[in-house]
Design a binder for this molecule. Structure first.
Ligand SMILES: Cc1cc2nc3c(=O)[nH]c(=O)nc-3n(C[C@H](O)[C@H](O)[C@H](O)COP(=O)(O)OP(=O)(O)OC[C@H]3O[C@@H](n4cnc5c(N)ncnc54)[C@H](O)[C@@H]3O)c2cc1C
Length: 351
């Protein structure tokens, strides 16, 4: 097994680029600037997960400083309960992580990346096909589907396939035959694949404020749910990063049992996230309400929520973020931070 030792202050982009240069592959999300410190304990989802598992599924050891300043090393043999809890329990709960040890894999020499875009008004037909196609397509294919606001937005599917361009085109056929997309499909050296997938973050450059919420879909959204999405996208502020985001589930993520790590939501078909976005502070309240009301309306069609995309509008959030792992997480919290020194509005209270 190959191992990467990482200090927790590093950012995801720097880590995966450095590994790729040395011929190794590790999972990443959709942003190079996210810290490995926080993405790891929350789970760490992204387009490689169907092959590699979540970022946290590859965490084999960690070093944490507890509230008394004691350094704790957790792995399969020692403090295995802390390792379990740190694979999905979320940052800011048990102590300050300083080092992570991950298993990494040999990267393929080349892989295929794709960005397919459609006009906004085709989002319903694209989504209907995506929701059936993406969770069941070859697990070497990861797909992120983003749908922007009606004003100024489009539909964009970014992803990768760990294989040839010819095979990628064959696998993509059911989705690229929908509507009138423009297609950019390329076979690239793996070092370039990482750069293509992790372009600089518009959110950081453009200074937008955002209200996110998220959940997991166990079956395709019916028309009623798509209607709720449409209303959200019509009301969301134009020319901002507002929108809906879907990521396909299955493969290595779903092979791990829900209770085997703190990350519970393994059996979904896809992850779904939406965010309102604004620039003027006076527009904050209405945009926050828009994202939260949409959550209330989508409730019949989703389960859970992702702790790394916290929504403080969720009441009694423990079981929503952690499902049936919540009670065990509270016990681990009581052991490692009994006085609740590490806390935030949605942190895990000690049992
Ligand atoms: C632009 C953008 C894109 C994103 N894309 C993805 C994605 O594709 N996939 C995905 O899984 N997530 C994604 N996220 C969510 C991301 O995983 C979380 O925001 C995560 O918490 C970021 O970690 P951080 O270290 O950068 O953040 P911070 O804001 O510094 O920390 C977030 C939380 O983690 C805790 N934390 C951070 N470092 C440590 C540490 N060393 N020890 C203990 N606790 C710590 C903090 O206390 C806090 O509670 C994205 C976020 C953004 C802003």
């Amino acid at each position: 097994m190959c191992i990467a030792r990482v200090e927790a202050g590093n950012r995801v982009g720097r880590i995966v680029n450095a590994l790729a240069k040395q011929g190794f592959m590790a999972p990443f999300g959709d942003s190079p600037s996210v810290g490995i410190g926080g993405i790891t304990p929350g789970g760490g989802i992204g387009p490689l997960q169907r092959t590699t598992g979540l970022i946290s599924d590859n965490l084999i050891e960690l070093e944490m400083v507890d509230a008394k300043g004691k350094v704790i090393r957790a792995n399969k043999k020692n403090h295995s309960d802390l390792l379990w809890a740190s694979r999905g329990g979320g940052g800011g709960n048990f102590g300050v992580y300083t080092k992570y040890k991950f298993k990494v894999r040999r990267a393929p020499a080349k892989a295929t990346v794709f960005r397919i875009t459609w006009p906004w008004n085709q989002f319903e037909e694209v989504l209907k096909v995506w929701q059936r196609w993406a969770p069941s397509v070859n697990t070497k294919l990861g797909s992120e589907l983003s749908i922007g606001p009606k004003k100024g937005g489009n539909v964009s599917m970014l992803g990768l396939y760990l294989g040839s361009k010819k095979e990628a085109i064959r696998l993509l056929e059911p989705i690229i035959c929908v509507g009138t997309p423009s297609k950019d499909i390329r076979l690239l050296p793996y070092t370039q694949v990482v750069k293509f997938m992790l372009a600089p973050d518009p959110i950081l450059i453009q200074k937008f404020s955002n209200q996110f919420s998220s959940g997991f879909g166990r079956r395709p959204f019916p028309d009623k749910a798509i209607k709720i999405m449409r209303k959200f996208l019509e009301k969301a502020e134009g020319n901002t990063p507002a929108g809906f985001f879907f990521l396909n589930w299955g493969g290595a993520v779903s092979r791990v049992l829900p209770k085997a790590s703190a990350f519970y939501w393994r059996k979904a078909k896809y992850y779904v996230e939406w965010n309102s976005s604004w620039v003027k502070p006076s527009n904050a309240a209405k945009n926050i309400a828009l994202a939260r009301n949409t959550r209330r309306k989508l409730k019949p069609y989703i389960v859970g929520s992702y702790i790394n995309v916290p929504d403080q509008g969720i009441k009694h959030s423990g079981p929503v973020y952690y499902g049936r792992n919540y009670a065990r997480l509270r016990k681990v919290k009581a052991k490692y931070d009994p006085k609740n020194v590490f806390n935030n509005p949605q942190s895990i209270p000690p049992a």
